[in-house]
Design a protein around this ligand. Sequence first.
Ligand SMILES: Cc1cc2nc3c(=O)[nH]c(=O)nc-3n(C[C@H](O)[C@H](O)[C@H](O)COP(=O)(O)OP(=O)(O)OC[C@H]3O[C@@H](n4cnc5c(N)ncnc54)[C@H](O)[C@@H]3O)c2cc1C
Length: 303
Amino acid sequence: MIELTDFQRDISARFEQVEFRFGEPMAKHTSFKIGGGAAVMAFPKSAEELSCLLAFCKDKKITPRILGAGTNVLAPDEGLDGVVICLKDCLDGITLLPDNCLRVAAGVTMTRAAVYAANHGLAGLEFAHGIPGTVGGGVYMNAGAYGGEICMVCKGVDVMDFDGNLHRFSGEEMGFSYRHSRLEEEGGIVVSADFLLTPDDPEQIRARMQDLMTRRKTSQPLDLPSAGSAFKRPVGGYAAALIDQSGLKGYRIGDAAVSEKHAGFVVNLKEATAKDVRALLASVSDIVFNKTGIRLEPEVRIW
Ligand SMILES: Cc1cc2nc3c(=O)[nH]c(=O)nc-3n(C[C@H](O)[C@H](O)[C@H](O)COP(=O)(O)OP(=O)(O)OC[C@H]3O[C@@H](n4cnc5c(N)ncnc54)[C@H](O)[C@@H]3O)c2cc1C
């Protein structure tokens, strides 16, 4: 039995209907399988529960961290004080709206949204099939692959501020750019997103999704824990090509390594720590800069 702090006792007493875990290992919630215990992890099942939790945290002067599927987060070895609000599978649901539009809750995975769209004969989310994050995480950072990006299909987003109030932004108002949205500067939590799609034959949509999945499986080290592409695409090149040219495939610090299969991926070989990964990211960035003059910036969010 762990001994609870006053805050942990207060929050669980105030919200009897919400699931909480105390000291929950972040490693269980990140695709890197890295990270120590979160003091409080909360799993709100609706926008209303989320709003009440945010108001409570604000009152206690705590800004919670928002976690989707944890597929783009490096969590610290020493764990996290405060509150992590986990939305994957919590904010749930997909609704078919008129005019070929889908409203998808933030906790739904992008793959599930893409499959749902295909089953309803709606094209446009094929690129998202195989991105392992949630729609919330994907909108937050304008996820993309194989020529598609969230911003190309996103018609509008319901965003909750950290006071618990809902706002509606159009796709244009989201300030999307490469792996970026306005939420990164301004804060705000994606509650749901509307995607404007195009009618097409389900079989053809599925065939395109299958093709992209085959390309992923062929080129990416999906058998090892990672957070996908470790670095953003720099101006003037591709991160994976620059790392490969710098002779860094297989380069390793502790159990964190540049993948032999795809130089853009940093993988956890077995027991990598966040310290190993941070050191590897910094070292790869320095070596590539010295060899090519191009500075690589991490894509993975370092908490
Ligand atoms: C094998 C693999 C392949 C990948 N391939 C791709 C790819 O092809 N293209 C690509 O773009 N990415 C790819 N990724 C990275 C990752 O899946 C995406 O960045 C995804 O969008 C992250 O979503 P998530 O739910 O996991 O977010 P998390 O990792 O949980 O969070 C990432 C950031 O988003 C914030 N966030 C999460 N949910 C919300 C929300 N509801 N509201 C506000 N902020 C939120 C978090 O606070 C954090 O700052 C890959 C990752 C892996 C492991």
